[in-house]
Design a protein around this ligand. Structure first.
Ligand code: SAM
Length: 216
């Protein structure tokens, strides 16, 4: 089992992001919980039939699978992850679900698509895996690959507010997770040039979102 802070993709690109290589275990541990939250995320994403969406740090691809129903047969959903193992499981999951999705190894800070490709970029629970300078690069890349009226939706962990629950969360998830702040993401999105930036909570207490629009 490998899980370290410096990883190289099969194309030789290195990232300082925290790459997860234990993909089959990830699905087994978190898959059931995450699948229950996808309905709320799909609602927030508001993807329309025929649109093109990209999931950055897609992991085992379950959110991409859920999004495909909104994109419909004329739309497309793509997923990238720095982990080859995650991409392999994502492809397997899509094929088992009988949906046509496009997964490839790729980095959030160097998204392997041309300018203006997507209507929507989503990223769930992945941005906190990047050091601060790469977070800003990842948002700049999302902006670049979005169409002129495209939008991004970032979902991440919201540390609990009450002291007892913070202590429990810190014990289970580690100190780093307690530093996640959707407000910080908001500033980074605004610095990148996104407009109409707003934050909020999903229906799930521990998941918050920030979203913004491109205005070129
Ligand atoms: C906690 S998982 C979330 C996966 C999925 N989005 C979900 O909601 O289940 C974070 C993912 O980010 C990926 N990751 C880490 N650094 C990355 C980078 N620089 N570019 C793309 N993905 C990265 C990890 O490999 C991992 O699959």
């Amino acid at each position: 089992m490998r899980d370290h802070f410096h990883s190289t993709t099969p194309h030789g690109e290195a990232t300082r992001g925290h790459v997860i290589h234990w993909a089959p275990v990830y699905d087994w541990v978190f898959g059931g919980i995450l699948r229950r939250t996808h309905g709320a995320v799909v609602d927030l994403a508001a993807l329309s039939a025929g649109e093109r969406a990209l999931d950055v740090g897609c992991g085992t691809g379950s959110l991409a699978v859920a999004l495909k129903a909104s994109a419909g047969p004329t739309g497309s959903v793509h997923g990238i992850d720095a982990s080859q193992e995650m991409i392999e499981v994502a492809r397997h999951n899509a094929s088992r679900a009988g949906v046509d999705l496009n997964f490839q190894v790729g980095l959030a800070e160097a998204i392997p698509f041309p300018n203006g490709t997507f209507d929507l970029v989503v990223s769930q629970l992945a941005i906190h895996h990047l050091p601060d300078d790469l977070k800003q690069s990842a948002f700049a890349e999302m902006y670049r690959v979005l169409k002129s009226d495209g939008r991004c939706l970032i979902i991440d962990f919201e540390p609990p507010k009450s002291v007892p629950w913070r202590l429990v969360a810190r014990m289970v998830l580690g100190r780093e997770m307690m530093r996640i702040s959707v407000t910080d993401y908001r500033v980074l999105l605004e610095n990148t040039g996104f407009t109409k930036v707003e934050t909020g909570r999903t229906r799930y207490r521990l998941l918050s979102f920030v979203r913004g629009q491109v205005a070129r």
